[in-house]
Design a protein around this ligand. Sequence first.
Ligand code: NI
Length: 138
Amino acid sequence: MERLKRFGVSIEEKLLDRFDRYIKKTRFKTRSQAIRDLIRKELVKEEWLKSREAAAGAIIMVYDHHQRELMDNLVHLQHHHQEIIISSQHIHLDRRMCLEVIVVKGRIDKVYALEAELKAAKGVKHASLAKSTLGRDI
Ligand code: NI
């Protein structure tokens, strides 16, 4: 386990009260845990601003597989972006709708490009990118 360092934080009373109420709603046991989580969240957000850096994440999407040419189109797109796709999982939601999770790892600009192309494919009802991290220095 990594060595922990302590530091003092000055904070307005009202803000701290509100933060404590927030912590109660979460499952964090201590303020330190909650603060570490917020810091990491911000750092990951910042990582995703650097388009040439690498990150990891997942694109989740729902589409209608009856849509003409959509299946061919999606397979084609994924082959085209295979250097950043680690795996994908297809779940049949009902007779018509499919849910797919595409796990990605690679350059951020390429991940955004894939997300944009998937979103724009006709028949895709919803696509959303979960931005995570490779976990280095975090
Ligand atoms: Ni399906």
